[in-house]
Every structure is written in C-alpha cells, then in structure tokens.
Design a protein around this ligand. Structure first.
Ligand code: SF4
Length: 263
C-alpha cells in the first residue's frame, strides 16, 4: 500500500494484484505498465516480474494495519477483474474491504462484464456497502459506453465512471444510477489530445443530473504546466462518504485474523 498517492482523486493505493494485459485503446500508454517494466529483472523489487500478472496474498491484510481512514484506490497497478485473477481471490479482496470498513475503497475496472457478474453473485456481500465504490473506465464510445450499461446492471451501492484518458466526444451519456464522474486527459510521452468542448459537455451533463464531477487534469506531455483548472476553477466533487469509525488497534488485528484465507 502506498500511503500517499499522487493520483488526484484518491489518498492511497492498495495492490493485492500486480500486472495486467491491455484490453482497449485507453490502455495504450498504461502508466502502470511503464512503471512496472522499468523494474523487470531487478532482484527483490516488487516488480521484478515486470507487468506480468501476479497475485500478492501477503498484501491482503494491509488495510487492517492502516488505522487512519483513507480513500483507497484498489489495484492502481492492475485490474482486479481480469480473467487471470481467480474468483476466490477477488472474493478475498471483497472480504477485506467489507471488514476494514473505516476506509472508503475505489475499485476501477475495464472488465465491466465480470464486475457485474460477480457483484450479482459471488461479491453480492460487498455490493451494497456504501464505503465501497465500484467504477468502470470510459475512454471512448466503442469500448467505454457499453461498460456504463454493465455497471448499471450491477447491484452496487455506489457507482462511478473514470472518463480517462478521454479520447473523443462521448455525446450524450446516460448518468442514471451513476454517483460520481472523474474526467481527465492523457499525460506523458505521446499523450493523445483532449478537447475542452468534450470536457464541458460531460460537466454540463453531470450538473444537470446532479452527479458530482471531478476534473483530474488536462494532461499532455507537460501535465504540471497544463494543470487541472476548467474555466478558472478546480472541480473536486465527490460522492458522500459513509466510512465506519476506526476500531482499536487490537480489534483491527483480530479482524484481519477472521479473513477466510487466513483462518
Ligand atoms: S486495464 Fe488498466 S492496468 Fe490493465 S493494461 Fe489497461 S490501463 Fe493498464
């Protein structure tokens, strides 16, 4: 777990899975892959195996050791719902989130069909928890918009969209049942351009649907210079948070010992 994430819409990251495979145009310049591959072959480094998929069960209990309540981006370096992650393991991640309920979790995927299937069955116990936010990436119309329909079919208490990197005008988006929208442009070498009118269109749709809108960044090769102001202001809106009080330290450790995988 990284206690201080540089990602604008979260506090911390938790990666019980590492590595992933590309699935759609939004993955083209995947920052996680770039980072992980830098350390391929470096003995003892967490990313010694580069961006190859790897389960990291020793990380499962980390949220119990972290007693100040955080917004936690789950698997910032992977995708929990990719086919190589067994159902049992996804359920174990869900169990941690349900039990360490003083944090608020942000679970984001491009594998929206599996997300919906699992929230309807194996992850049903986690779906209705208001401190767990379930989201899909929406980078374009072809791949992104159908993910919104899958998410809507999931019995999630809180649903969100990460419209990043925004690659084209998305047109009219059905925001029914959506609780939060993040928008951002791509950053780094080779970043694909974003247009202001695409962003304004989404902001206006969020405003008329009363959905919190978070503008993360314009991106580009010089992300810091381009900043994240839209029409002179910063949009940092979030859904309402419902995290539980933090238990005593001993109780946190006792809760960790109740996890199915460790009993
Ligand atoms: S799904 Fe996410 S983590 Fe996986 S390759 Fe695509 S951008 Fe990277």
């Amino acid at each position: 777990m990284s206690l201080h994430s540089h990602i604008e819409w979260t506090d911390a990251t938790w990666n019980p899975v590492r590595g992933c495979t590309k699935i759609s145009p939004g993955c083209k310049h995947c920052y996680a892959e770039t980072f992980a591959e830098r350390f391929r072959g470096v003995k003892g480094h967490p990313y010694e195996q580069g961006f190859d998929l790897r389960l990291v069960p020793e990380k499962l209990t980390e949220p119990f050791t972290w007693r100040s309540p955080k917004l936690v981006f789950v698997n910032s370096m992977s995708d929990l719902f990719q086919p190589g992650v067994p159902d049992d393991y996804v359920a174990a991640v869900g169990e941690v989130m349900v039990k360490a309920n003083w944090h608020t979790y942000q679970v984001l995927t491009k594998r929206s069909e599996r997300l919906t299937d699992m929230l309807n069955e194996r992850l049903r116990f986690a779906a209705a928890q208001k401190h767990i936010w379930w989201g899909v990436s929406v980078e374009d119309r072809k791949y992104g918009l159908p993910r919104i329909e899958h998410l809507r079919e999931a019995p999630a208490a809180v649903r969100f969209l990460s419209v990043e990197p925004l690659l084209e005008d998305l047109g009219n988006i059905d925001l029914d049942g959506i609780d939060w929208v993040i928008v951002g442009g791509e950053s780094g070498p080779g970043a694909r351009p974003i247009r202001k009118e695409w962003v304004i269109s989404i902001r206006e749709q969020c405003q008329s649907a009363r959905v919190p809108f978070f503008f993360k960044q314009w991106g580009g090769v010089r992300k810091a210079v381009n900043g994240r102001k839209l029409d002179g202001r910063t949009y940092n809106e979030y859904p309402v948070r419902f995290a539980a009080p933090v238990p005593e330290r001993a109780e946190c450790f006792a809760l960790a010992r109740t996890l199915s995988r460790f009993r």
